[in-house]
Design a binder for this molecule. Structure first.
Ligand SMILES: NC(=O)c1ccc[n+]([C@@H]2O[C@H](COP(=O)([O-])OP(=O)(O)OC[C@H]3O[C@@H](n4cnc5c(N)ncnc54)[C@H](OP(=O)(O)O)[C@@H]3O)[C@@H](O)[C@H]2O)c1
Length: 325
């Protein structure tokens, strides 16, 4: 960027031929975190890469928070619904960078009363929690809902939404501090998974009947626990792999209680512009009503992406982690 500015300045004084300006411009770079090969955390490399440019139906976004939220700095020639300066949130991928090129189908505008920090937390974790309780299992008043990793990013939002919908939320977490945070965010009951037997406690709380729905982002370590905790005709949604992917399941395990099993991904809820806008509208309305509040664990510099990832793996985080380019 600096190179580009200097070149522009010199060209304005006719100190550089126009071809030089063009070369400098096309060589514009940005900072990004890239993965060039599989491996451990040391494969998250912070380096200079070429800055993207807009193509026909895309925009370039300067990420204020890596991954999800920023300001449009360039629009493609076929783009009519966005302009330079728009504040937006996007789920375009390639977001661990100063700039992201995003197809407009992955971009939504945000109003000035929603901060970039909130928009970033809302984009993935908020929409995930919302789609789980509205579509995955439409939570109703007085339902019992089991939420694993209840102090995590999605977990805290599930606690808030569950309470808002009138359900009894049972949250699990690995420390007393995390359990306390889950309670502050709407869990009526908490289970310390390091000390207590989750299935036994769920049975105590639900008089042996089990929960209407288990919302499980932990995966491998908790699948059987969720299965045992869900009541007859209940729903088990396994939506994350924090402890590793769930091994192949023999469908006959569902027969004993006529359970419904779902393995969703957020992106299938956002496949069309109309669907995407509907979910974002509902999400932003809940934020503006004060129903959803985002707990930011920490804002890291983008160059510290390895540390952020390590903290997640070490299970020392609560809520949302943000990376600032
Ligand atoms: N399907 C989708 O579209 C979708 C969308 C968003 C997120 N997800 C997934 O949902 C899961 C939760 O997301 P999140 O953003 O809320 O994550 P998060 O806040 O970082 O939650 C992870 C939590 O999982 C628990 N955990 C249990 N076993 C673990 C292990 N072996 N290693 C690390 N953590 C473990 C930890 O809580 P305790 O210490 O309290 O047990 C940890 O804090 C992730 O797997 C994520 O990839 C899926």
């Amino acid at each position: 960027m600096l190179t580009f500015s200097i070149a522009k300045h010199l060209k304005a004084r006719s100190l550089l031929p126009s071809s030089t300006y063009f070369i400098q411009r096309t060589m514009s770079t940005m900072k990004a975190v890239v993965v060039e090969e599989y491996g451990g955390l040391d494969k998250l490399i912070y380096k200079d890469i070429e800055k993207p440019t807009a193509s026909k139906d895309s925009v370039v976004i300067k990420n204020h928070i890596a991954g999800d939220a920023g300001e449009v700095t360039e629009v493609g020639e076929g783009v009519t619904d966005f302009k330079v300066g728009d504040r937006v949130v996007h789920l375009a991928g390639s977001g661990y960078a100063e700039y992201t090129e995003a197809p407009t189908s992955t971009v939504e505008k945000i109003t000035h009363d929603i901060s970039y920090e909130t928009a970033t937390a809302a984009a993935i974790q908020g929409l995930t929690a919302l789609t789980l309780v509205r579509d995955g299992y439409p939570v109703k008043k007085d339902d019992y809902i089991l939420v694993h990793a209840a102090a995590g990013g999605v977990g805290l939002l599930l606690c808030q939404l569950g309470k808002h919908l009138g359900a009894h939320v049972i949250g699990t977490a690995s420390t007393d501090e995390k359990c306390a945070l889950a309670k502050e965010n709407g869990a009526e009951f908490t289970i310390n998974s390091s000390k207590e037997d989750i299935v036994q406690r769920v049975n105590e709380i639900t008089n042996g009947v089990g929960v209407h729905a288990s919302l499980d982002g932990v995966g491998k370590a908790t699948f059987d626990i969720s299965l045992a905790s869900t009541r007859r005709l209940g729903t088990l949604i396994t939506f994350g792999n924090a402890s590793g992917p769930v091994p192949p399941v023999n469908l006959s395990v569902l027969t004993q209680k006529n359970l419904k099993l779902m393995r969703p991904t957020l992106y299938n809820y956002l496949a069309t512009r109309e669907e995407s806008r509907r979910w974002y509208d509902e999400l932003f309305a809940l934020i503006k009503q004060g129903v959803l509040k985002f707990h930011i664990h920490k804002v890291y510099d983008l160059k510290d992406a390895q540390q952020a990832q390590k903290d997640i793996q070490d299970r020392v985080t609560t809520g949302k982690l943000l990376l600032r380019p």
